[in-house]
Ligand binder design. Structure first.
Ligand SMILES: NC(=O)c1ccc[n+]([C@@H]2O[C@H](COP(=O)([O-])OP(=O)(O)OC[C@H]3O[C@@H](n4cnc5c(N)ncnc54)[C@H](O)[C@@H]3O)[C@@H](O)[C@H]2O)c1
Length: 299
């Protein structure tokens, strides 16, 4: 496969689509893009939050919204039609929408609907974005970039208690590498990056992702199991375990992501010294045919 260095990509005046851009990390990315002159389309399932975020960001530049269910290819195709009809192009696609494991519990306590929902949004949502947008981005011949949001949980190593989410993000990381190599083979101006949100705890809606879980994918066998800890609970537990807890500023994170995309950096991550050490220890274990060490929550 080809390895080549892509020229930096200009964000100023770019048309950018951010899935999951109505809240949390995606909103930070959308704000950074808008403030640098990009024309941003926020694609999210939450119509009310799209309206609020578009209203909030529109004083800073050009931004609009389009309700999209990323797990549904028809919905993603309708978004692509809208973006190309309205703006004539798309050069930056951020596949960022994501949800959690969908119910917690041990691997054998997960339900098929946990897998369908989590993989529907995190994995199919990413692949649908590529299938809906990349052919037209390639056809335009213009510089373009696809940025897929993974997670250190799964993308680098699992947090063992989050088996469904970790598996989905391992898929996103692996898929993005394959995509990047294929784009380099196909074109001199298009590539991909994988983004690992990092640099502290993130106070986002992910802790309450079940708000967007479709009724038809509800838990059946154990409907009352709590899906996740709240941000405050997790922060509290980590602090009680003696961990030095830093909370990330999501606007700063968004700016960091956009800086990295401009440089065409493949891995977008910060403060990952501990992860690099973990990856080295994983390689050592694999060399010994041993089980690799994983992320330890320590709580
Ligand atoms: N928060 C963290 O600690 C963390 C860490 C690593 C990775 N991530 C990843 O970052 C990304 C953003 O998550 P966040 O933490 O900002 O959470 P968030 O809940 O604040 O944002 C996720 C967004 O995705 C949207 N969404 C959910 N289902 C959708 C669907 N079917 N179609 C379209 N949009 C949908 C939500 O409405 C929301 O706006 C996710 O991919 C998540 O897995 C988050």
């Amino acid at each position: 496969m080809t390895t080549k260095q892509l020229a930096p990509i200009s964000v100023d005046q770019a048309v950018a689509v951010v899935t999951g851009g109505a809240n949390g990390i995606g909103k930070g990315i959308a704000r950074a893009l808008v403030s640098r002159g990009a024309k941003v389309v926020i694609a999210d399932i939450e119509a009310d939050r799209i309206d609020e975020t578009v209203a909030e960001l529109s004083s800073e530049g050009t931004v609009s919204g389009w309700q999209t269910d990323v797990s549904d290819i028809d919905s993603f195709e309708a978004l692509a039609d809208h973006v190309f009809d309205t703006h004539g192009s798309c050069s930056l696609l951020f596949n960022n929408a994501g949800v959690g494991s969908g119910g917690g519990g041990k691997a054998w306590e997960s339900e098929p609907n946990d897998w369908k929902w989590c993989f529907g949004v995190n994995v199919f949502g990413t692949a649908n974005g590529v299938m809906a947008f990349v052919p037209r981005m390639l056809e335009s011949g213009q510089p373009g970039h696809v940025i897929n949001t993974s997670s250190g949980d799964g993308g680098f190593a699992p947090v063992p208690m989050a088996q469904v989410y970790a598996a989905s993000k391992a898929a996103v990381s692996c898929y993005t590498e394959a995509l990047h190599y294929q784009l380099l083979d196909e074109s001199d101006v298009m590539g991909a990056s994988v983004f690992y949100p990092s640099g502290g705890m993130m106070n986002t809606g992910l802790f309450n992702a079940a708000r967007n879980r479709p009724k038809e994918l509800a838990r059946v066998r154990n409907p009352d199991r709590r899906s996740a800890m709240s941000f405050e609970e997790l922060k509290d537990r980590l602090e009680k375990a003696g961990r030095d807890v830093k909370v990330a500023d999501l606007d700063e994170l968004g700016n960091f992501v956009v800086d990295s995309v401009e440089k065409r950096q493949y891995i977008i991550a910060r403060d990952i010294d501990d992860t690099i050490d973990l990856l080295r220890r994983r390689a050592d274990a694999i060399e010994q045919f041993d089980v690799p060490p994983v992320h330890q929550m320590g709580i």
